[in-house]
Design a protein around this ligand. Structure first.
Ligand code: NAD
Ligand code: UDP
Length: 321
């Protein structure tokens, strides 16, 4: 038995573990004394995100695409499926891979969970609500997704991933969890991923114009990474198989958010307006009463404080003085 297969240690597989959220989860699980097998094909993730973990005796990195048959793996107790391109520019660049990762990849990981009797968590998204007609969004809301629209490769893939997860729960007795993640930000996001937080912070720090799409009246609610990781680990520890929203209910228009980023960075970058993409949701805010009641959880980190940490991270990542 190698040092990485110590008897009695809980082992978690984190698919997508070299990504933004996944790397924070790996770190948290290791800190709790677990063994972690990180499976990632690095399509949008970065080796640098897990570089500091590679020397840890309980951490194993496997470069692999979860769409393909899984390589021989140790028996695992829990599977966290976070693998998927996540930013709109990334899933538009990899449309078929996004559909396959959330369908075929999800099936492979669910089969692994069934084989090992492992608990399984699927990282779904607020995008399953589409351009919502109900506000804020509760878990019971079934959404308003355009099945053939430009975001469909992501939204419908995630809806199918939820369906597959729920079905393996019912038909094969896999102990499943589904988390619907709302816009989350923090250190280790790829500064070039094209999401609004990374775009605005990098633009502000470089002294470039902040690009507001449309008139900036659309809203988002931004959650700091530490809050998400806390909620996900709590969800994995309770007995609840239906979807749970995790997000920060503080809602901002994108234009107001641009002003806030300028303020926090002390930047004098101008704000410019660019065309809004088709099917861009007009409103988004999670109803988190289920998570509050079930997990005793609520988002803790105020946006200003989280943004300050994000700014510090991008500052270093950009090599700015
Ligand atoms: P990310 O791009 O940083 O991480 C995703 C990781 O999955 C990357 O490391 C990527 O290389 C890996 N990956 C993608 N396809 C793969 C495949 N076929 N096989 C193996 N690895 C693969 O994005 P993130 O923000 O960390 O998102 C993680 C998960 O959370 C995704 O499933 C995403 O849909 C979901 N999510 C994120 C947010 C958010 O705001 N960050 C919101 C909702 C849902
Ligand atoms: N957005 C923007 N400027 C940018 C990037 C994004 O105005 O440079 C807007 C985008 O149109 C959307 C919101 O910010 O309304 C959030 O976009 P993001 O890509 O971060 O995630 P989404 O919530 O759309 O998946």
């Amino acid at each position: 038995m190698s040092g990485k297969e110590r008897r009695g240690t809980m082992t978690s597989l984190v698919a997508g573990g070299a990504g933004f959220i996944g790397s924070h989860l790996c770190e948290r699980l290791l800190a709790e004394g677990e063994a972690v097998v990180c499976v990632d094909n690095l399509v949008t993730g970065r080796r640098a995100n897990v570089e500091p973990l590679l020397a840890h005796p309980a951490f194993t990195f496997v470069e692999h695409d979860v769409v393909d048959p899984l390589p021989p793996l140790p028996r695992v107790d829990r599977v966290f499926h976070l693998a998927s391109p996540a930013s709109p520019p990334a899933y538009l660049r990899h449309p078929i891979a996004t559909l396959r990762t959330n369908s075929e990849g999800t099936r492979r990981l669910l089969e692994l969970a069934a084989r090992d009797g492992a608990r399984f968590l699927y990282a779904s998204t607020s995008e399953v609500y589409g351009d919502p007609l109900e506000h804020p969004q509760r878990e019971e809301y079934r959404g308003n997704v355009n099945p053939i629209g430009p975001r469909a490769m992501y939204n419908e893939a995630k809806r199918f991933g939820e369906a597959l997860t729920a079905t393996f729960g019912r038909a094969h007795g896999v102990d499943v969890r589904i988390v619907r993640i709302f816009n989350t930000y923090g250190p280790r996001m790829d500064p070039e991923d094209g999401r609004v937080v990374t775009n605005f912070v990098t633009q502000a720090l470089r002294g470039q114009p902040l690009t507001v799409f449309g008139d900036g009246s659309q809203t988002r609610s931004f959650q700091y990474i530490d809050d998400l990781i806390e909620g996900m680990t709590r969800l994995m520890a309770v007995d609840y198989r239906k979807p749970v929203n995790l997000g920060n209910p503080e809602e901002h228009t994108v234009l107001r958010f641009a002003h806030l980023v300028r303020d926090v960075t002390g930047s004098s970058s101008p704000i410019v307006f660019a065309p809004l993409a088709e099917d861009d949701p007009k409103l988004r805010r999670p109803d988190i009463s289920l998570a509050e009641a079930l997990l005793g959880w609520t988002a803790q980190v105020p946006l200003r404080e989280g943004l300050a940490r994000m700014v510090e991270y991008v500052h270093h990542a950009e090599g700015l003085p």
